[in-house]
Design a protein. Structure first.
Length: 312
C-alpha cells in the first residue's frame, strides 16, 4: 500500500523546499514501485507562485496522509498566521504518522503548537528569530535536521533533501535511501552541521556593528578572548557589551568565540595534515579533548571522523 506524502505550499514559498523533497520521494519510488503517492497541496488549490516567480500546481488540502512536509520560504511568516493552515496542520499532526518542515516551514509547525517543548531547527539565519518568537521551542541552530518523535524539522532549503532521505530510510531501508542519494548526486548522510555553510560576517549583524570586532577575534583565537577583553576592544563596559552583542548577533560573546574557533578548527582539520592537538592549541581550545567535545556538540562527529570524510 502506497504511503501518502503531502507537500504543503503557499504563496511565495521557496521552490527548492518543495521540489527537493518531492524529487527525493519520486526517485525513491523508482526503486520501490508504488511505495509512495505524492500530493502537492495549498489552502487555495491551483497554480501557487513561488518566490522565484515559478509556479507549482497544488490540489486541495487533504488530511488523509502518512506524512506531511511543510515548505518554507519568504511567505512562511504570512502563511503561519493563516488560521486555515494552522487548523489544518494541527488536524493532520493528530492523525499522520509524521509531520515535517523544511527551512522556515518550522514557523508553521511552531504556530500550530507542534514544537512546544521540543527540539527543532530551521535555516541558520532564521534560528534566533524563531527562538525569540517561539520561546517554548528548543532551537538547535546547527543541525541539518532534528527528529522529535513524529515531528521532524530541517535546516535551510537543500536540507529538505537530507530530511527526505532520512524519512525514506525509515520507510524503505538504508539501501533505498542510498540509491536515491546516488541518483540525486548528494550525500546519503551529509557530514557536519549548518555552520559549515554560514557566512560568519552575519554574526556582525545587519549593520555590521561588530564586524570589525569579529575580524579582530579571528586573528587572535589562540588568546583567551574573555568578555572583558572583547568589551575593552569594543570600547564598552563588559555588561553593556554582553547585552548589545547578544542582541545584535543572537548569541553570547562566549558562544561566538566558540563558533569562530569551531569553524576555523574544522577548516584546518579537513584541509591540512596538522596533528589534532596542534589544531586545538592554535585556535584556542587548549587541548584536543575539549575540542572533540565541542565538535560533537556542533557537528555530531569528532575531528578525526570529519578529517576522514573530507579525505574520502
Amino acid at each position: 500500500m502506497s504511503r501518502r506524502i503531502g507537500f504543503l505550499i503557499f504563496p511565495d514559498f521557496q521552490l527548492l523546499d518543495a521540489a527537493g523533497p518531492l524529487g527525493a520521494f519520486e526517485i525513491a519510488g523508482r526503486y520501490r514501485p508504488e511505495a509512495y503517492s505524492l500530493k502537492v497541496m495549498a489552502a487555495e488549490p491551483g497554480q501557487v507562485m513561488s518566490s522565484a516567480g515559478a509556479g507549482m500546481g497544488a490540489q486541495a488540502l487533504d488530511e488523509d496522509l502518512d506524512t506531511l512536509v511543510v515548505s518554507g520560504g519568504v511567505g512562511a511568516g504570512k502563511a503561519s498566521r493563516d488560521p486555515r493552515l494552522k487548523a489544518y496542520i494541527q488536524a493532520v499532526a493528530a492523525k499522520a504518522r509524521r509531520t515535517a518542515s523544511v527551512c522556515s516551514g518550522a514557523y508553521l509547525l511552531a504556530e500550530a503548537g507542534l514544537l512546544d517543548g521540543k527540539r527543532a531547527t530551521t535555516h541558520w539565519a532564521r534560528s534566533a528569530e524563531l527562538q525569540k518568537r517561539y520561546p517554548k521551542v528548543r532551537v538547535e541552530a546547527d543541525r541539518i535536521f532534528v527528529r522529535e518523535g513524529p515531528i521532524w524539522t530541517s535546516a535551510g532549503i537543500t536540507a529538505g533533501i537530507d530530511l527526505s532521505l532520512a524519512l525514506i530510510a525509515q520507510d524503505l531501508g538504508e539501501e533505498a535511501a542510498r540509491q536515491t542519494a546516488q541518483t540525486l548526486v548528494v550525500y546519503h548522510r551529509r557530514p557536519g552541521g549548518q555552520s559549515q555553510f554560514s557566512a560568519l560576517i552575519e554574526m556582525g549583524g545587519q549593520d555590521g556593528r561588530f564586524a570589525g570586532l569579529l575580524d579582530w577575534m579571528r586573528g587572535r583565537l589562540a588568546e583567551p578572548l574573555t568578555v572583558d577583553q572583547l568589551a575593552d576592544h569594543a570600547a564598552m563596559s563588559p555588561r553593556h557589551f554582553a547585552r548589545a552583542f547578544a542582541a545584535e548577533t543572537g548569541m553570547t560573546p562566549a558562544k561566538a568565540v566558540e563558533r569562530l574557533r569551531l569553524e576555523t578548527a574544522r577548516e584546518r582539520v579537513e584541509a591540512s595534515s596538522d596533528p589534532i592537538d596542534r589544531v586545538a592549541e592554535s585556535v584556542g581550545f587548549g587541548d584536543p579533548e575539549r575540542m572533540r567535545r565541542a565538535f560533537l556538540r556542533a557537528f555530531g562527529q569528532p575531528p578525526q571522523a570529519l578529517r576522514r570524510a573530507a579525505r574520502a
